[in-house]
Write a protein that binds this ligand. Structure first.
Ligand code: PLP
Length: 401
């Protein structure tokens, strides 16, 4: 009989979002008359923009011809796309050969953890996107996971000076808190990483939601980061690729292991060549369209719409009596009661059972998220409007708030 990987024994039996879905489905079954408004999962809701659809149509027609058919592509991505990512996101500071195009950021997190094996301790913000902590628990073992104490309203690590992990994973703008780190904070993180020889993994999946001038969009905008950081990017939230799938990992060849001269990039290339067969030709063509000037204009418009929706919802929640955080440079609103008297799951149930709202309980993002719930501004405008109307009429809910 094969032995079970013992790391599974320390996990919650189900990942956070399926748990929420199951609870919402059970509620809907017993309350068929209650309309549900989904502010839970952070999936996008707007359709692909025209320039991406045209590129997909063209690429799929090409694939149906003998001359245009594409089988396995380069594992790191078609050079044209790597070039484009290097230019658009990194102004060539990271070259096309230092970019690994992938099928999305979630898989990249797991691939990077695998790269370093089970020896290093991995620091993760508390609260944080649950796929990160769970991937560490599964791939390295819970004993290798360090939940870094953070300000629960922002996700900013509280005691950088005393970090003891080998690898630190930072998400900016943060999911779930919706907070955007300042240049000064990022500079301190890079400085500490350099001093303590900590490898930084920077997840910038929401970078396109940053509009505030003076705030860095990439860790490579911070001096000294090239030889201590790896960046993960994604088109999921900025160009609607959650179903199409496209992400990337960017790392400089100047990033080395502590005691060796081998660039980390060489090993990552070896891992990718062995375990990944490249992102699909169609999604790479779609990505090229998304990163074209026309694609940029069209997708920017959508991001603006999501941010407007988020702000409308945030204002409504504040007026309703909740304390809100984030939601300005991010599609996520992090909210809690002023007195913090209900647990995250209790608050989730109050909203579900009284208003039909599906939210995400903050404790699912780590112990520091207890008492919070996360609202996603990716919700459809009609749902946001309905929630705003409900808040005006359901005064009885205030007794919970
Ligand atoms: N990183 C963060 C911080 C996320 O919130 C998400 C998705 O919600 C991902 C990565 C996953 O992105 P992708 O769809 O590219 O796998």
């Amino acid at each position: 009989m094969k032995q079970r990987n013992p790391n599974f024994e320390n996990l919650e039996p189900s990942y956070l979002f399926p748990q929420i879905r199951a609870k919402a489905e059970a509620f809907a079954k017993h309350n068929p008359e209650q309309k549900l408004l989904n502010f839970g999962i952070g999936d996008v809701s707007l359709p692909l923009v025209p320039v991406i659809v045209e590129a997909l149509e063209k690429a799929s027609k090409e694939m149906g011809t003998e001359e245009g058919f594409h089988g396995y592509g380069p594992e790191m991505g078609y050079p044209e796309l790597n070039e484009k990512i290097s230019e658009v996101f990194y102004h060539k500071k990271i070259s096309s050969e230092e970019i690994f195009v992938s099928d999305g950021a979630k898989c990249d997190i797991a691939r990077l953890i695998n790269l370093f094996g089970h020896k290093p301790t991995i620091g993760v913000q508390n609260p944080c996107y649950p796929a990160i902590a769970d991937s560490v628990r599964i791939l390295s073992g819970a004993q290798k996971l360090q939940l870094i104490p953070c300000d629960p309203t922002t996700g900013i690590p509280l005691d950088l000076e005393n970090l003891t992990c080998d690898i630190l994973i930072i998400v900016n703008p943060n999911n779930p808190t919706g907070h955007l780190l300042s240049r000064k904070t990022l500079e301190s993180i890079v400085q500490i990483a350099r001093e303590k020889k900590i490898l930084l993994i920077y997840d910038g999946a929401y970078r396109e939601f940053i509009s505030q001038p003076g705030y860095p969009r990439s860790i490579f905008d911070i001096e000294g980061s090239l030889d201590c950081a790896i960046e993960i990017g994604s088109l999921s939230k900025s160009a609607g690729f959650t179903g199409l799938r496209l992400g990337w990992v960017a790392m400089s060849r100047h990033l080395h292991y502590k005691k060796e001269t081998t660039p980390v990039l060489d090993d990552y290339k070896r891992l990718i060549q062995t375990t990944f067969n490249g992102a699909s030709y169609l999604s790479q063509k779609a990505a090229l369209a998304a990163l074209s000037p026309e694609g940029h204009t069209q997708t920017k418009r959508q991001i603006h719409q999501y941010l407007q929706r988020t702000e409308l919802l945030r204002q409504g929640l504040e007026t309703f009596g909740l304390m809100t955080f984030g939601g300005k440079q991010s599609p996520f609103i992090w909210a809690r009661l002023a007195g913090k008297t209900l647990s995250s799951w209790d608050l989730f149930h109050v909203f579900l059972e009284n208003l039909g709202w599906i939210t995400t309980p903050g404790s699912g993002f780590g112990s520091a998220g207890e008492g919070f719930v996360r609202f996603s501004g990716f919700a459809k405008p009609k749902q946001i409007q309905e929630a705003l109307d409900q808040m005006k009429t359901n005064h009885h809910i205030r007794r919970f708030l």
